[in-house]
Design a protein around this ligand. Sequence first.
Ligand SMILES: *Cc1c(COP(=O)(O)O)cnc(C)c1O
Length: 392
Amino acid sequence: MIPAIMPTYGRAEMTFEKGEGSWLIERDGTRYLDFGGGIAVTALGHADPELAQVVAAQAQKLWHTSNLYNIPQQQALAEKLVAETFADTCFFTNSGAEAMECALKTARKYWSAQGKPERVNIITFTGSFHGRTLATISAAASKKLTDGFGPLLPGIINLEAGDHDALEAAMDDTIAAVVIEPVQGEGGIIPLPDACLKGLRDLCDQTGALMVCDEIQCGMGRTGKLFAHEWAGVTPDIMAVAKGIGNGFPLGACLATERAAQGMTAGTHGSTYGGNPMACAVGAAVMDRVATQDFLAEVLRKSGLLRQKLEGLVGAHPDVFELVRGAGLMIGVKCKVPNMDVVAAGYAEKVLTIPGGDNVIRILPALNIGDAEIAEGVGRLDRAAAAIEAVL
Ligand SMILES: *Cc1c(COP(=O)(O)O)cnc(C)c1O
């Protein structure tokens, strides 16, 4: 008999009752160190007292009015995002996939507004992940995501990541946009070299194609800059944001320049919940904390500490681990044994990590994780690796 919850997820055994910063706690008091952050979502940790206060205060005032009326919390968050980024304008959503949907629609509508409605093709790359809607699985184009869900969205050209010749050849006057994750997340924490993002920007400038960054996982301070594309010194035309911006309250955003958003006029796009007062009150509070030089500098310092300890871990367990890669507090440890075995051994030692593509375990802790917690988590991973070695 089918369970009451549609069985699309493979779940681990744990049931958490509450959280405190970088810790998740079961009903019987068992504490797990959270090195996964709910997949890069809880950027400021669990049950942050200040964010809890923001939610409670807003909940007592107003939950929802719809986008038929002005929403001051949405206005405030949009102004913060515009002030801190390349963008001139934002559309708010409830999830990452919806932010990507808006990005894809904005790119196509731009060309329609330019009088070139035939310019619809969108270049995407292998190993990417953009969400689970039909348009976003079409974009990522991996069999694992699309199998059985066809027909897919037409107009997607999925190229081998890193094949610069194929990209140059494909950049003709049918291309509306190129979509890229500056650091691939689900694909296995694969940072794009700065030179590639710069090269892509140049190609887009030469051909007019819009550059769309999916920063749903790598944005919001995760790499030590507010957004990962900043490392390369270039800016996209459109960007999708979600995950960390709501710290667990469902919130996403599609950011764009004025030029790229020129087709998105009244009535062209919408969302019932998107940008509601609850979500935007949280998003504004998260922005206030994350978008500061001091906070981002701390992310980088902690990243250095964590990387150094993880390098030690890999060195100490060469039969279990292969290498460490990533940016900021978005780190992948490539395994030599099946990555799920390492994740499961971590559960036994009460440390949570997240499997990713290319046989990595992902380490995506709260950005405000403490130094002692970093040491504790790597210590637990060390014991997990020793347990695996004992039976190799
Ligand atoms: C998580 C993720 C998405 C999808 O976000 P949802 O909120 O699950 O819809 C899209 N792109 C990237 C890079 C992601 O990491």
